[in-house]
Design a protein around this ligand. Structure first.
Ligand SMILES: NC(=O)c1ccc[n+]([C@@H]2O[C@H](COP(=O)([O-])OP(=O)(O)OC[C@H]3O[C@@H](n4cnc5c(N)ncnc54)[C@H](OP(=O)(O)O)[C@@H]3O)[C@@H](O)[C@H]2O)c1
Length: 175
């Protein structure tokens, strides 16, 4: 696959027990986290960054998210969908996301299979730690903190049916 020609940021929300998904959807509804996801994937200039994802995550959106390119990994030669730029390998996903991308940034937005493939190439993680356990069918392991520095942390208390959560920005350690 070689070295990523892009600065890649993984963005995900993870429950205390490692769950990230249930029945093809998020197990929780945290409106502020959805807003944050939008802001992060639009980029600092608001112009939108390509998002790399698995076919299941693309389908979980229901329809493409405005203002951002959707680079979708599938092994299914017959699969296509409006708004999806279909790719068949992680290398092809990176090359596709690098095209017409003057900012040189892209987001890796899941799910578990795609984080498994591309997290090793990510320079940064924008994690939402959800401080509750959820039932689910899709999990991610905790990050190996020997590889990451926490550069920002913002805690939010539980309220109005939303569990307590923290936004955590992690940067890969050099060397
Ligand atoms: N909590 C969060 O932040 C978060 C973020 C994103 C998603 N999610 C949740 O995670 C769940 C989906 O995750 P998931 O792990 O089941 O699926 P996924 O990673 O979204 O998609 C998996 C699909 O990607 C394709 N794929 C995987 N590896 C590939 C490879 N090496 N080459 C080509 N294509 C490849 C395959 O598509 P084909 O089967 O078409 O071949 C595979 O079935 C949903 O519940 C979703 O809501 C949660």
């Amino acid at each position: 696959m070689g070295r990523a020609p892009l600065t890649l940021t993984a963005i995900y929300a993870r429950a205390a027990n490692g769950v990230i998904g249930m029945d093809g959807a998020l197990p929780w509804h945290i409106p502020a986290d959805l807003k944050r996801f939008k802001a992060l994937t639009m980029g600092a200039d608001g112009l939108g960054r390509p998002m790399i994802m698995g076919r299941k995550t693309f389908e979980s959106f229901g329809k493409p998210l405005p203002g951002r390119r959707h680079v979708v990994l599938t092994r299914d030669a017959d699969w296509s969908a409006p708004g999806a730029e279909v790719v068949r390998t992680p290398g092809e996903a990176l090359a596709c996301a690098a095209r017409d991308n003057p900012a040189g940034e892209a987001s890796v937005v899941g799910g578990a299979q795609v984080y498994g493939l591309l997290l090793p190439l990510c320079a940064r993680v924008e994690l939402t730690e959800i401080h509750a356990d959820y039932p689910g069918d899709t999990h991610l392991p905790a990050l190996d903190m020997a590889e990451w520095d926490v550069i920002l942390r913002e805690d939010h208390h539980a309220r109005d049916g939303v569990p307590a959560y923290s936004y955590v920005t992690l940067q890969r350690r050099r060397g």
